[in-house]
Design a protein around this ligand. Sequence first.
Ligand SMILES: NC(=O)C1=CN([C@@H]2O[C@H](COP(=O)(O)OP(=O)(O)OC[C@H]3O[C@@H](n4cnc5c(N)ncnc54)[C@H](O)[C@@H]3O)[C@@H](O)[C@H]2O)C=CC1
Ligand SMILES: O=P(O)(O)OC[C@H]1O[C@](O)(CO)[C@@H](O)[C@@H]1O
Length: 545
Amino acid sequence: MVLHLTDDFKANAADWEAAGIKLPQYDPAEVAAYTAEHPYWVHFGAGNLFREVQALIAQSLLNQGLVKSGVIVAETFDADIIEDSFKPYDNRGLSVILKSDGSIDTELVASVAASYGVKKHDEVWDGLVKVFTNPELQFVTVTITEKGYAIKNNDGELLPWIKPEVENGPDTAVSAMGAITALLFERFKAGAKPIAMVSTDNFSQNGDRFRSVIVEFAELWAKKGFVSEDFVRYVDDPEQVSFPLSMIDRITPNPAESVSKLLAEKGFGDNKIFHTAKGTNVAPFANSEETWYLVIEDSFPNGRPALEKAGVFLGDRDTVNDSDEMKVTTCLNPVHTALAVTGRLMSYDSMSETIADPTLKALAERLSYKEGLPVVTDPGIFSPKEFAEKVIDVRVPNPSLPDSPVRISTDTSQKVPIRFGVTIKKYVESPDHDVNELVAIPLAIAAWLRLLLGKDGKATDDNGNEITLSPDPRIPELQADLAPLTLGGDLSKADEVLKPILADTTLWNVDLTQTPLAEKIVGYFKEFAAGTGTLHPVIDKELGL
Ligand SMILES: NC(=O)C1=CN([C@@H]2O[C@H](COP(=O)(O)OP(=O)(O)OC[C@H]3O[C@@H](n4cnc5c(N)ncnc54)[C@H](O)[C@@H]3O)[C@@H](O)[C@H]2O)C=CC1
Ligand SMILES: O=P(O)(O)OC[C@H]1O[C@](O)(CO)[C@@H](O)[C@@H]1O
């Protein structure tokens, strides 16, 4: 028998159980009906992470009888996600957890009580307005990628799709930031009940940035007379509208063909992967790892359910900030980036292959334990050392997780200031640490610069094969700057060519040429770029392997 998400799963529970798929312990129809009158949670961004974090938390709260409503999901950027992978499946999904011991946990998730794909202000929009004007709505979570928060370009001009919304007012807003501000305006007009707006996107001080953009949108509309100054004060008052900080962590690659195939073999029929016109890769299932963390600043002016009983850490601002800094600048993302750039030089297909390489593992260990951990602040709710060990010994080595150096090395130029720059700055500024102690960080930077040698987004790996670099907005500029240097060619100008790149504070957070690291990086770069087959010997030598 083929299992489908829309099955009456109580009627064929034995078949689901035989396939090893956990079932919800509530009645989804009852939950949907109750949620329509008593919404407490709306999530914006119906991507893959939502299915593996927020929807599972909502399911856990329902299973434990802690709430009677489900989560409502809204999508402003890519309504096709809703049409393709939510509506045909009654908003249900399958969570697939690929564990590091090779086993798999699967769970039918029915906690999404309603879904809204916003394209214009029509009946779909009216449905969301009804939710936002309900006094019981307690909080909103958001996963829309960092670029989803942008309303201006680098020159301070409104983005072309934001400008008409500013000019024509809340009734025309459909961008993520415009739509959210317009929905808050509806809530304000309906009695200005409080609400928490929780960004769960992957960047530091996410709540602060979210607030500043929403307040700016409100101010722009106030200047044009679309909204009152009282509305601006409402969104800017943390006791009315809070914007808590958060740290979120669960490696959730795009739905993989290998997982789709495995589900088909299990007798699960809803395994189609969709590639939407806007480039989102979604499916009625999502695949992720076992480990996850969600830490949220406990600031919910309209109350909240017992999220802690569903595995969420609630804490004060400093705890959340320290947790985020621990993950993004020390224990996870720098290791990921170092392994991804060296992994691309080795043309490894998966992240697990990178850390199975003893040289690259030693690089990751040195980076995390010897260079990052000494300058990280312990958030107090979990141990940075244990977190780092789990990344290196369990999470990255997980052979079942379909994650790749290609995915992780996307946008490296945007990531290095935080992933390496914050630690470098701490070494430069601390009287207790010597920047000369850093070896793994300059090796990783030099390896990335070596990877960039080439043109038109093409490069050569350490075996001498041509590869296509992962997308990164600064590749054209950086490859042009590096053009005088070639792999195995004349590197006598390396110092001169690399100097302006190493002095660029937008890349490193500090001017590396003012530190001994510049000379080190140029030296490592020259050794890497001397020819092919250099990656292992150079790293081995520097790490004393
Ligand atoms: N996938 C992961 O491992 C993790 C992701 N995150 C955070 O969640 C974000 C989303 O990740 P996924 O859901 O896995 O990605 P995804 O690719 O599955 O979905 C992306 C989501 O962002 C929306 N989006 C994309 N560009 C947008 C724009 N310009 N304006 C508004 N919305 C836009 C899409 O419509 C979709 O809802 C990440 O960028 C990151 O901030 C955090 C931790 C783990
Ligand atoms: O794409 P990035 O920002 O390198 O992140 C890599 C992965 O690590 C994470 O930070 C893990 O939570 C996720 O955001 C992402 O899956």
